[in-house]
Design a protein around this ligand. Structure first.
Ligand code: 3VV
Length: 165
């Protein structure tokens, strides 16, 4: 559980691989906002095993990618991942809680340059990540997605329903 006093952010959608509470195969991240940063507290478990006892790099990458998708609540734009780089600085033991924090480094037109770090409860930074997200319109999802209700989902989404959004 994260510290109290931080704003809880809603999942991208209920079945999202990273944060959807209704996706049993997902990471089910709970994400909070702290000023211009977002964070999640996550202990990888046996479902995310790579080497014995250690988290799979793909699971770590997925967590970073999805957390970057929560910086969009801060930026108040819709964007998708164009590039994602993860630096695996040290093995991540299963069952050890890490706080992953992400923020916007800078914006350049449609390009959002994002950065993240995963720090264990023991204070060790075990991974960092950088991403380039490109701002898109809602049509991106209706043009490319296969879900018929994507437009309805999106118009009800907090990114879109916030006052003035
Ligand atoms: C289905 C249900 C949905 C429900 C929705 C509910 C609400 C959801 C809310 C919010 C979503 C958040 C969800 C977060 C989840 C985690 C994030 C993901 O997993 S996202 C999925 C993985 N990513 C993709 O699938 C992108 C696939 N790629 C594309 O679609 C295109 O490549 C796209 C849209 C990213 C860009 O394509 P272009 O044609 O619009 O733009 P171009 O011209 O290629 O690039 C734009 C600018 O960026 C520069 N650029 C491109 N690559 C660059 C690079 N590597 N370095 C520097 N600049 C680069 C270019 O030079 C250009 O710059 P210049 O505008 O001309 O100034």
């Amino acid at each position: 559980m994260a510290d109290s006093g931080f704003a809880s952010l809603p999942p991208h959608h209920p079945q999202c691989l990273g944060c959807g509470p209704d996706n049993p195969a997902g990471l089910q991240l709970s994400v909070y906002r702290d000023g211009d940063e977002v964070f999640t507290d996550l202990a990888f478990d046996a479902r995310h095993r790579g080497a014995p006892g250690l988290a799979h790099g793909g699971a770590i990458s997925a967590a970073c990618d999805d957390l970057f998708g929560f910086v969009l609540y801060v930026v108040e734009e819709i964007a998708v991942t164009r590039t994602l780089t993860v630096e695996y600085r040290a093995p991540v033991p299963l069952g050890q809680r890490h706080r992953i924090t992400a923020r916007l480094h800078h914006r350049d037109g449609r390009r959002l340059h994002l950065e993240a770090a995963g720090v264990g409860d023991d204070g060790v930074t075990r991974f960092t990540a950088q991403a380039l997200f490109i701002v898109v319109d809602i049509d991106h999802f209706s043009d490319h997605g296969t879900e018929h209700d994507v437009h309805a989902m999106f118009t009800q989404h907090p990114l879109r329903t916030r006052e003035g959004g």
